[in-house]
Design a protein around this ligand. Structure first.
Ligand SMILES: C[S@@+](CC[C@H](N)C(=O)[O-])C[C@H]1O[C@@H](n2cnc3c(N)ncnc32)[C@H](O)[C@@H]1O
Length: 376
């Protein structure tokens, strides 16, 4: 399993029909969609999982993720020391109807910080792929989450004023002096920043949050200085295997199918990577030197290569850290599964995730491009 070289695209290609897919026009809202179980070809009914026995004595190894990589031990103890066990919380709907799908509590933040560690391994320790000048002066991280990427970035680019924005004020207050966090709904256009302002805009893991990637990336284009860079990094919600070990109809197979359907139903696509929405949006916004970098991220320690094995260990660790938080709201409110059905499905999913015979991965894609100097 290897990553292909970075691909570059012409700056002004013809418009792609697939860009229409990101439109939310006519889609019911998440709230409207609640409570009705959906029947869709390829998706097993929720009741299927309740009827399936859980195989306790098969190859699935419950310690598979415990010793995921010896180096994860210290990470785990420090991150989970303050984990909340009762109740889940989501961002406030008082000032926005963005309705983001994952919780914002300690458990969700712990999983988010493991993902950050995983992604720095994926990028060989780097925080960006765009060729940034070390003297850039303004950077923005849209949907910053725990702010961990922005903190690391501000620590390296000490002369750069960094802003991280989110729906939830969950970021720490002790941060580098050149970093601040702001509560901003990124779906509220225009963004509250001057045009041609930032040298670099970063956005990561916003799948399922953006109804129309074309207008979203166009906002980023407007706020970027001519000559500045915008970079997006997304992961596919679909698990795949290249050797047939991920069986159709299995819990991990259904995971992606249900997510794709939920994204379609609520008008905020989850499989942004599979549908190629970000690349199309960069090209339509007018970026030049648009470059794609892809990575097959193993889930679990099944890869032979040492680095991929470590990455897979962290991917599994992150998934198991909050798999319930990732699906509960969407499966229940959008797809109409009962909470009990979700819990039983999750037991099957966890079992398969821990099965070393399943060689699953998810496709990740980074897209970056430069605003032309002529585009003031
Ligand atoms: C999966 S997390 C990723 C966090 C961070 N980018 C990272 O990679 O570590 C997605 C974040 O996007 C934020 N988000 C979702 N919709 C948003 C919106 N409309 N405006 C601002 N932030 C949003 C969520 O609150 C959440 O913190």
């Amino acid at each position: 399993m290897s990553s292909p070289p970075e691909k570059k695209f012409p700056s002004s290609p013809p418009k792609s029909p697939s860009s229409k897919k990101s439109s939310s026009a006519g889609s019911p809202s998440e709230a409207d969609a609640g409570g009705t179980a959906t029947t869709v070809e390829g998706i097993l009914p929720a009741s299927h999982w309740v009827e399936q026995p859980l195989n306790q004595d098969d190859d699935a190894d419950s310690t598979y993720d415990d010793d995921a990589a010896s180096s994860t031990a210290s990470l785990t103890s420090s991150i989970f020391a303050y984990r909340t066990l009762h109740g889940r919380t989501y961002h406030s709907d008082r000032h926005t109807d963005a309705q983001y799908w994952t919780p914002n509590d300690d458990q969700a933040m712990a999983a988010g910080d493991i993902i950050h560690h995983l992604l720095t391994l994926v990028h060989d320790g780097k925080l960006h792929r765009a060729p940034l000048d070390e003297n850039i002066s303004r950077a923005l991280d849209v949907g910053t989450g725990t702010g961990i990427w922005a903190i690391d970035f501000a620590d390296i680019f000490t002369n750069c004023e960094v802003i991280g924005t989110d729906l939830s004020p969950i970021q720490p207050s002790w941060v580098p002096p050149n970093l601040k966090f702001e509560l901003v709904d990124a779906l509220n256009f225009p963004w509250p920043f001057p045009p041609n302002h930032f040298d670099y805009i970063h956005m990561r893991y916003l799948f399922g949050a953006i109804p129309d990637w074309n207008s979203f990336i166009a906002q980023a284009f407007a706020c970027t200085k001519p000559g500045g860079w915008v970079e997006s990094f997304e992961a596919s919600c679909v698990f795949r295997s290249d050797d047939g070990t991920l069986l159709e109809g299995s819990a991990m197979d259904q995971w992606g199918k249900v997510f794709v359907e939920a994204g379609r139903t609520k008008g905020k696509p989850f499989d942004v990577v599979g549908e190629g929405l970000v690349t199309v949006a960069f090209r339509e916004a007018g970026f030049e030197e648009v470059t794609e970098w892809e990575f097959k991220c193993p889930i679990g320690k099944w890869a032979k290569d040492g680095k991929l094995k470590e990455i897979g260990a962290y991917a599994l660790k992150a998934t198991l850290a909050d798999v319930e938080g990732w699906i509960l709201r969407t499966w229940n409110q959008v797809m109409g599964w009962s909470e009990e059905e979700v819990i039983v499905y999750l037991a099957h999913l966890r079992e398969q995730l821990r099965d070393p015979n399943v060689h699953a991965y998810c496709l990740m894609r980074c897209v970056y491009g430069r605003k032309p100097l002529s585009a003031a």
